[in-house]
Structures are given as C-alpha cells and as structure tokens.
Design a protein around this ligand. Structure first.
Ligand SMILES: CC(C)(COP(=O)(O)OP(=O)(O)OC[C@H]1O[C@@H](n2cnc3c(N)ncnc32)[C@H](O)[C@@H]1OP(=O)(O)O)[C@@H](O)C(=O)NCCC(=O)NCCS
Length: 220
C-alpha cells in the first residue's frame, strides 16, 4: 500500500461513516434456528474425545505428522511415519493407510489441509500419493498406485510391481466407491463421479465418471 494512501485513510472522519451493519449489503445475514443448532452440534462433535487425543499422540510418537485440528477416528495405520496429514482434516472411521512395502523412509502418503476422507477409504500405496488442500474423498474409495507383473511365465505374486504416482490437486471431489489407479493425476477442481475407475490424468475443472472414467462435461 502507498504511504500517501495510508495517510488518506487515517485522515478519514469516521463519525460521518455508516455504523457497521446499517447497510443491508454489508450486514451479516442472520442465522436461522436450524443453522444455529447445526453449528452448535458441529462444534460439540469437533471436541476431541480423550481416546482421539491418545490415538493422535501415540501415532505422532510413531512418526505420523498430524496437523492441528485434525481428529483421528479408529483407523488402520501400520506405518505411521509414512503418513503426513494437514490441518483441520475431517476423517471418518475405518480408513486404511496401507503402505504396502518393507520399511522405507517417509512420508509417502501426503494429505493437505481441510481434506475430508469418508468411511472405509483405502490408500494402498507402494510409491507415493499426494492429496491437495480442500479435497473431498467420499466413502469407500480405493487408491492403488501399483500393478503386479502380468507375464504368464511367472507366478503373479512373484513378479515385481509397476508403481506410479497418484496426485490430486486442490479442491478435487472423488465420488463414493471410486477406484483411482496408478499414474492418475487429477488436477485442481476436477470431479470424479461415484463408482468411477480412473486410469489416466484428469484435467482441472472437468467432471469425469464411469468405468473407465470419461469426460461428462466442464464445470460451469
Ligand atoms: C458426477 C456427478 C457429480 C454428475 O452429476 P450431474 O452433473 O448432475 O450429472 P447428471 O446426473 O446430469 O448426468 C449426466 C450424465 O452422466 C452420467 N453419470 C452421472 N454420474 C455418473 C456416474 N457416477 N457414473 C457414470 N455415469 C454417470 C448420467 O447417467 C448422465 O448420462 P446421460 O447423459 O447419458 O443420461 C454425480 O452423478 C455423481 O456421481 N456424484 C457423486 C455423489 C457422491 O459420491 N457423493 C458422495 C458425497 S461426499
């Protein structure tokens, strides 16, 4: 800001200005009764129970990064040092952070701030997954970043995996029960319909759905 503009602001006669809220365009909208009750319930629900605090402390001691305001419900996290969770994330019970490998330095499951992850979501990772801020991942989604080898001459379970990254940008919404496979890069603001199978990169701000996922339309 220019210094001259600062002095102009401080010279203003505030007694001549409208009181805050007098202008209906700038006044805060009044909360309805049900909105108020919902807001109170949300506040109460976000108070961490002692067992949540104990779980968070335990996982942090084992190397997980868990941001402020993120509550950890009962979940499965066999390699906590592989998990990096940002601030104010909302997690539902039954999430499986499966780092499917021997001991390896982490973190490789990196989740941003204010991310919602629904019930029974599975991250089945051998390489790396990144989820940007403000993403919504509905219940039952599965992220798998590797395939087994498929040569006929050898047992499938003996063949080395082919691993690819999975990267979600910011503000991405993945519909319920979708499967996101290796090398899926889903850019900012994209939407994936329920029950989709994503096998390739999805451009920003587009809506894709189906098995395999195909473009439905652009977001307006
Ligand atoms: C993808 C989605 C957002 C699109 O909604 P929409 O814009 O209202 O789309 P429409 O219902 O108009 O459908 C448009 C077309 O896409 C198809 N379609 C929509 N969703 C689909 C899906 N999940 N899988 C396959 N096809 C889908 C419709 O059948 C329709 O096809 P048609 O034109 O041949 O009839 C929505 O269908 C969806 O899947 N939402 C996810 C819900 C969810 O998982 N919520 C969890 C809460 S966090």
């Amino acid at each position: 800001m220019e210094p001259s503009q600062l002095s102009r602001d401080s010279d203003r006669d505030i007694s001549q200005e409208e009181p805050l809220g007098a202008n209906p365009d700038t006044a805060k909208p009044r909360l309805s009764y049900s909105e108020l009750v919902q807001r109170i319930y949300r506040r109460i629900a976000s108070i961490p129970a002692p067992r949540h605090v104990a779980r968070k402390t335990f996982l942090r001691c084992l190397g997980a990064h868990i941001g402020r305001g993120t509550i950890i419900p009962p979940c499965c996290m066999p390699w906590p040092h592989q998990v990096w969770l940002g601030k104010d994330c909302r997690l539902e019970p039954g999430i499986y952070f499966k780092f499917d490998w021997y001991w390896k330095t982490g973190p490789n499951i990196v989740i941003g701030d204010r991310v919602f992850i629904g019930r029974n979501v599975e991250f089945n990772i051998q390489g790396r997954i990144e989820i940007g801020n403000d993403c919504l991942i509905a219940s039952g989604c599965v992220f798998v970043d590797h395939d087994h080898g498929v040569r006929l001459a050898e047992r499938i379970s003996d063949q080395p995996s082919q691993i690819g990254q999975i990267i979600l940008g910011k503000d991405v919404w993945i519909g319920a029960n979708s499967v996101i496979l290796k090398n899926a890069r889903i850019d900012d603001g994209a939407i994936i319909g329920a029950g989709s199978v994503v096998t390739k990169p999805i451009p920003a701000k587009e809506i894709w759905a189906g098995n395999p996922a195909r473009k439905l339309r652009d977001r307006e």
